[in-house]
Ligand binder design. Structure first.
Ligand code: SAM
Length: 240
């Protein structure tokens, strides 16, 4: 249960420097007072950066750990609701930082219910990638509303995702894959990025999305199927 979960009232209330030692509190707050155009005009030094990649329901953190050295300048956050799993990821990152001085500073984990509190953590258009890997399938029809991809929540994901930002989904459950695709396809602010899209062919994340999470590895060991889908946040067709 998440009754006891603490959460910030607004993204301005988070001190990201407690999650990432290389993020400076001062500059992060400065960013939050600027408008979007000013930010992109700003020279983006390491300290200017903010979280851009989020792994929703990150489990044991395999994706974050494998992407960390590939995108050393990108801050990535795992969100996980189970206390013990969250504790494990925090300890894992701490150990990696200790044994590899200077490395793994760009990954962190936060315990939250991502279905409830996402807009409390991120500004509009802040994220460039969101990962939903092997989400709980909630097979029974009455439980479909608990699925982490659903039509209501897509509005929140669209809000925190930058235009042209990508959402990656992967599952071994074909029904869930089809359900997630249908949610996205019916939602006007996303387009399905086809498998042969050049952006995906050169995307180093794809291999890790399929193979680097603990759940993905389990599916590989059991010779299970994997269904991958990527969706791009598009401009609101009705706004100028
Ligand atoms: N993505 C990981 C992987 O591929 O190994 C974990 C997959 S596991 C089947 C799903 C994870 O999502 C679990 O660790 C679960 O605790 C987490 N989860 C489920 N609902 C969540 C929510 N509302 N907010 C945050 N995490 C959630």
């Amino acid at each position: 249960s998440d009754h006891t979960l603490d959460y910030p009232l607004t993204p301005n209330d988070i001190d990201w420097s407690t999650y990432y030692p290389t993020i400076s509190k001062k500059i992060v707050n400065e960013y939050e007072n600027n408008d979007e155009e000013e930010i992109s005009n700003k020279k983006r030094k390491q300290e200017d950066k903010h979280v851009e990649f989020v792994d929703i329901g990150c489990g044991y953190g395999g994706l974050l750990i494998s992407l960390s050295p590939i995108f050393p300048d990108m801050y990535m956050l795992g969100m996980e609701i189970r206390v013990k799993v969250y504790d494990y990821v925090v300890d894992r990152i701490k150990a990696l930082r200790n044994s590899n001085p200077g490395a793994y500073m760009n990954v962190s984990c936060l315990r939250t219910n991502a279905m409830k509190y996402l807009p409390n953590y991120f500004q509009k258009g802040q994220l460039t990638k969101m990962f939903f890997l092997y989400p709980d399938p909630h097979f029974k029809k009455a439980k479909h509303k608990w699925r982490i991809i659903n039509k209501q929540l897509l509005a929140e994901y669209a809000y925190v995702l930058k235009i042209n930002g990508l959402i990656y989904t992967c599952t071994d459950v074909k029904d869930l894959h089809l359900w997630m695709c249908s949610c996205f396809n019916e939602f006007p602010l996303f387009e399905h990025v086809k498998n042969d899209d050049p952006e995906l062919k050169n995307d180093v994340c794809i291999d890790h999305v399929l193979n680097s999470t603990e759940e993905g590895r389990k599916v590989t060991r059991n010779n299970g199927d994997k269904y991958l889908a990527v969706f791009r946040r598009i401009q609101d067709p009705y706004s100028s």
